[in-house]
Design a protein around this ligand. Structure first.
Ligand SMILES: [Zn+2]
Length: 313
């Protein structure tokens, strides 16, 4: 009797392990991986721009007088890796920090930056951050033990400079233009254009082979499309997205727009037919997953559909 139990338990355990072996790659592939930033992943983009590839891609703009770092990495430990890269690259004594949006992996490494860092971001993003970063950190803590560990004792600093629409920083031989157009991925998405090198740092607004994320009613399909029109007019030579592939060319703006317009048209078609938002989300998720089987974050498609339904009145 007990032998049999042992045997069936052993068989059951085997089945579970086999199932897990098949399931785990599918699950990790479906989501953006979140490994720690590593020093070795530092790459040159152009004369004044470098990127530390990882989660997220952290960008450095190097002038003769000052350095601008865009985004911090998740928590102090990743922030320290960012600072090591900054110290390797910096030519001048002044350090600016800005963030593309308030989400944890872009902001919570702030405390690893030295006290004399000049923190600058747009007003809308700062207000949104005060309201929302606590809940965002909680969601990240629940994802993994690593995140839980990284997000202990997070302290934020007060920005030194807040701007409404645009701020230009002369870093010495190179100029970074920080600008805010309107809501897209979040309410306070900020973009950075490095004028002399024609490099655009778009946050989550332009990415390659990743389903865009419109996580809640603060995100905007209309706003996203309007930002794409604006940045296309800049004709950037290089674009350095926040997640995934770290350098793409300007054609990615058109690719992103085509994806969003097709999704919008399909969602409006289903809405016209009287299909509920939940069913439309399921249908379009299945369609787009089949079309782009290797893209991470398919669970975000339903959010995009919901935004179209909400914002089409
Ligand atoms: Zn984000």
């Amino acid at each position: 009797m007990s032998t049999l139990n042992h045997r069936s338990r052993a068989r059951f355990a085997f089945v579970l392990i086999a199932a897990a072996t098949f399931l785990i790659p599918a699950v990790t592939k479906a989501q953006l991986k979140q490994p720690l930033l590593v020093d070795e992943n530092l790459k040159r983009v152009s004369d004044h721009v470098y990127v530390l590839e990882g989660f997220p891609n952290v960008v450095f703009v190097i002038g003769s007088r000052a350095t601008l770092v865009v985004d911090t990495g998740l928590g102090q430990r990743n922030g320290e890796t960012v600072m090591r890269a900054e110290q390797k690259l910096a030519k001048g004594p002044i350090l600016y920090l800005t963030t593309t949006h308030y989400h944890s992996e872009h902001t919570t490494g702030e405390q690893a930056f030295p006290p004399n860092t000049i923190l600058i971001r747009n007003t809308v993003q700062q207000e949104e951050m005060v309201k929302g970063v606590g809940a965002h950190m909680d969601a990240f803590r629940k994802m993994s033990a690593q995140n839980m560990d990284l997000l202990q004792n997070i302290k934020f600093r007060q920005p030194d400079v807040l701007f409404d629409r645009e701020a230009k920083i002369d870093l010495g031989g190179v100029t970074a233009r920080l600008f805010y157009i309107g809501p897209a991925h979040t309410k306070g998405d900020e973009l950075i254009f490095v004028e002399e090198d024609s490099v655009l740092i778009p946050g989550d607004i332009v990415q390659k082979d990743i389903f865009p994320i419109m996580p809640n009613a603060d995100a905007s399909m209309k706003g996203w499309l309007s930002i794409l029109d604006n940045i296309e007019a800049l004709h950037p030579k290089f674009i350095v997205p926040d997640h995934g592939v770290s350098v793409v060319d300007a054609s990615q703006i058109g690719t992103e727009r085509a994806y969003l317009l097709a999704l919008q048209a399909r969602a409006l078609e289903l809405k016209k037919q009287g299909i509920s938002v939940d069913d439309a989300g399921k249908t379009i998720t299945a369609e787009l997953k089949a079309k782009n089987p290797d893209w991470p974050n398919p669970n975000n498609i339903a959010g995009e559909v919901t935004r179209v339904y909400e914002q089409s009145q």
